[in-house]
Design a binder for this molecule. Sequence first.
Ligand code: NGQ
Ligand code: ZN
Length: 468
Amino acid sequence: MNTLNLASALLPSGWARNVRLELDASGNIAAVTADGRTNGALRIDGAVLPGMPNLHSHAFQRAMAGLTETAGGGAGGGSGGEDSFWSWREVMYRFVARLTPDDLHAIARQLYCEMLEAGFTAVAEFHYLHHDPDGQPYADRAEMSRAVIRAAQETGIGLTLLPVLYVAGGFGGKPAGEGQRRFLNSVDDYLRLVETLAGAHREDPQLRVGIAPHSLRAVPPEALRDAVVGLQGMDPDAPIHIHIAEQTKEVEDCLAWSALRPVDWLLQHAPVGPRWCLVHATHMTTGETTGLAATGAVAGLCPTTEANLGDGVFPLVSFLGASGRFGVGSDSHISVSPVEELRWLEYGQRLVARRRNVAPQGWAGAAGAATGAGLHGRALLGGAQACARPIGAIGQGRRADLVVVDAEHPLLVGREGERLVDSYVFAGNAPLVRDVMVGGEWVVRDGRHRDAERIAAAYRATMKRLAG
Ligand code: NGQ
Ligand code: ZN
């Protein structure tokens, strides 16, 4: 047993001082005592928060962050040759065409290092780059998945690996295009991949395997049903993530195909419930919003990517008003920061509503509610649910995933409790995360990952080769 004395910590019951944690050998919290007594063991000054789960990541996209910000990309759909999500996607397909398993490993490892330094202690990797550049499976079909797993293991971040099922190029089983051939699998091959990975990590407290039908565009109804049924036989509690209604064109195409909007279609045709995560449920009617909330599924919100790609604004107040659950993800990694996701979740609402403190209008007891702290707390719970691992809170039986915020930093000094979290979320442009523990191991000290230099050197070599 390893003991930690925390000067100040955010527990499920609220902020407490002099909290003692007992950690077991596998990195779980065995006991939490908030009696104000310390026992001489290691004392952690600073404000300790639960580590934030990052519920949506496409790791390889970190390496193209900033490379699609030039006007006139044009091609690839959207209207009038303007830059759009669809033209961005064409650029992304060209980028992806060259990546090897070693490249993916170097990129994911650098990204996960950055996530940890920013205070994300777990990630759900929505992983769809399965095959070689010609679309042929590697001799080991799990080769790319294993590159992601190694990156997580080497950095120490907790991983929910979601191999992606990708079958078609658009609604109605439209054939996949050349840029999508590395993603494609039959449902049978796909389920074998999931089973192999899940079997190899069944006892691993740092890793959980689930499934991710890419979208209703890429997965026809029978394939979706077969994947969900197949998972049921393997691991009935495993998470299921899907991209759902990110772009208005996607909604229009779904209506043309099925006469239903994407969220409506999914709610009517799939057993959506608490182990589901609907990523980018951006475009919903009020009926879809309350319907989704009622299932207990998590809405996966990725505000910086959704802004970068010009997606739209999520109906946050009505979703929260219906007790909807959400978590945040950094998705394309144009930004890698939990506080920036939370801040932009609220700012998008303010810009549209022309008001302040908008999110609390959706939750009970809005008056006096702390916006940043409230969003942060909800994203911990929703993120943990979506990752389907015992994380997101400092409590008995959870992983010891802790983020120590520098309470002496000029931006935070003199602030406590909810005011401190509000300041961390909204004013935290300087890095305020000092130390990070995942599964009982310190991986970040004084703002730096323990292996940051070596990992960055390997990443630089990879990027120079890719650029050459
Ligand atoms: C993805 N990204 O899978 O990387 C997608 C774009 C698509 C986001 N949805 C590709 N943000 O949806 O077809
Ligand atoms: Zn995505």
